[in-house]
Ligand binder design. Structure first.
Ligand code: HEC
Ligand code: HEC
Ligand code: HEC
Ligand code: HEC
Ligand code: HEC
Length: 219
């Protein structure tokens, strides 16, 4: 049988294939990296807002309760964003000339709501309720991180299905006594950690089967 390719050509061909597959692998890795990166998932990204509102200042330093501004968090699916009136309770007296608060004053004068840009949003096919979580001892911090330390609001987690399920499979140890749900800095007393976790699972009557059913979140 006559040799179709010279030995040299065969070597080049092998080398070429090797380089090509190495390149493909590299491209795949880069693409995967991008998809998972915080840039795509929105993690630690703060969108532009009409007013540079600081949680660090208001919820952290001034210690204003989350419920003062997110009024429906205990009673409905949505936490709700504050109305201009809520800001004006203080800012009709405080910082009244500040340039940074001009959009708030204009909104108040023209009776037009401020359009805050949402920081995090689930897809429409997912059902989520704040009320259910808050009533069962899941703290804001579990899902939103230390908002009280954020000068500009950013997403603290990637809200994937896997992330929701991680807690739904094993919520023990991630629940708090009712009076601590809104306290950003609370930690369980170290020595009683396990006992408290067990006690809270019984107290809130957490039903594990319901939590992992598809229809709980996809209705
Ligand atoms: C309970 C009172 C209170 C409420 C309600 C309130 N603020 Fe403030 N805000 C303050 C105080 C006090 C300061 C000044 C703090 C300082 O400079 O030490 C301030 C400062 C600010 C500043 C200046 C920049 C900064 O953070 O230091 C902005 C902007 C601001 N607030 C926006 C808002 C917006 C928007 C709302 C409504 C969503 C709001 N505030 C609601 C008390 C309040
Ligand atoms: C003084 C009013 C005020 C208080 C107190 C406050 N917030 Fe907010 N919050 C706002 C405003 C205004 C926005 C919209 C602008 C922004 O995203 O920064 C917001 C946005 C948010 C968002 C982003 C929601 C989204 O998808 O856009 C989260 C999460 C949040 N707040 C959690 C909290 C938590 C947790 C606390 C208590 C530790 C808290 N907030 C206390 C006024 C407040
Ligand atoms: C179990 C996780 C979880 C807990 C606990 C939680 N949140 Fe949220 N929060 C979310 C998710 C997920 C969204 C996005 C919901 C959507 O897009 O429908 C959200 C959205 C928000 C928003 C946007 C506006 C809105 O009307 O929903 C605010 C404000 C907010 N949360 C504040 C809070 C505060 C304050 C607390 C504590 C009292 C809290 N959240 C507790 C997961 C949580
Ligand atoms: C840190 C723990 C935790 C995280 C994170 C969490 N959940 Fe939950 N979830 C709970 C607990 C606890 C309950 C209440 C269980 C009960 O009532 O038995 C609950 C209840 C629910 C329910 C009501 C289920 C029913 O009984 O019908 C829905 C819907 C839900 N969660 C959706 C979500 C979604 C969507 C996410 C992610 C964006 C999420 N949860 C993240 C702990 C968590
Ligand atoms: C605790 C809440 C929760 C439960 C339970 C749950 N999901 Fe999801 N699911 C989500 C969230 C949140 C998303 C959107 C975020 C994402 O794509 O990861 C999602 C996304 C999806 C998607 C779209 C995926 C994509 O890549 O776009 C499918 C399909 C899905 N879920 C199927 C299921 C099935 C089947 C079950 C039951 C075995 C189930 N889910 C149980 C919360 C849940």
């Amino acid at each position: 049988l006559p040799q179709t390719f010279s030995a040299k050509f065969d070597q080049y061909l092998r080398l070429g294939c090797l380089i090509l597959s190495a390149l493909l692998l590299l491209i795949t890795l880069v693409v995967m990296g991008c998809v998972r990166s915080s840039w795509v998932t929105g993690e630690t990204f703060s969108p532009a807002q009409p007013v540079q509102f600081s949680h660090r200042h208001h919820a952290g330093q001034l210690e204003i309760d989350c419920r003062y501004c997110h009024v429906s968090v205990e009673t409905s699916d949505k936490a709700g964003l504050p109305s201009t009136q809520t800001c004006m309770t203080c800012h009709s007296e405080l910082y009244t000339d500040a340039e940074i608060l001009k959009p708030i004053r204009e909104s108040w004068a023209n009776d037009r709501p401020v359009r805050w840009t949402r920081v995090l949003e689930l897809p429409d096919f997912v059902y989520f309720s704040h009320q259910v979580h808050v009533k069962n001892g899941v703290a804001c911090t579990e899902c939103h991180g230390r908002v009280d330390r954020m000068p500009l609001t950013s997403q603290s987690e990637r809200y994937t299905m896997g992330w929701c399920l991680e807690c739904h499979r094993e919520p023990s140890g991630r629940l708090r006594p009712a009076e601590q749900v809104f306290e950003p800095q609370w930690e369980p007393p170290h020595k009683q950690r396990d006992r408290i976790a067990e006690h809270l699972m019984t107290k809130y009557q957490i039903s594990l089967t319901r939590l992992t059913e598809c229809t709980s979140c996809h209705r």
